[in-house]
Design a protein around this ligand. Structure first.
Ligand SMILES: [Zn+2]
Length: 126
């Protein structure tokens, strides 16, 4: 089974994660110390934190909207994804099943970005 790291965006085997990095959806290599993080990385982490909350608040939605126009393209992509989710399903509970059923295209984009947990790659498609 492989998991997508939300920072390098690569599918990685289980062994590329530590227990802690796994919970953050980042591979070991990308799980750098806070003082080594760039502004881009801080913003990516901020978006992920919002996504993992029980509920995305109105205040978070405003913040996401700002990040949608970030100078970092990846931040803008992640913020847009989570913003879309917040409009459809601010509550975390049952979110994945809901999106997969009603908005499969959005669910796929969120999964490809390494946000859904546990994410998995269907390996036997070819
Ligand atoms: Zn990584």
């Amino acid at each position: 089974m492989e998991y997508i790291c939300r920072i390098c965006n690569q599918p990685r085997p289980e062994s590329a994660f530590t227990e802690k990095s796994h919970s953050l959806h980042t591979c070991k290599k990308c799980n750098v110390l806070p003082n080594q993080r760039t502004e881009e990385r801080d913003q990516l982490d901020e978006i992920f934190k919002i996504f993992m909350q029980t509920r995305i608040s109105q205040k978070d939605t405003v913040r996401l909207k700002t990040l949608c126009t970030s100078k970092y393209p990846r931040v803008a992509v992640h913020a847009t994804l989570v913003f879309e989710v917040s409009q459809l399903r601010p509550y975390k509970k049952g979110r994945f099943a809901f999106l997969e059923q009603k908005y499969p295209e959005l669910a796929k984009r969120i999964e490809d970005a390494g946000f859904f947990y546990p994410q998995y790659i269907k390996t036997n498609s070819n």
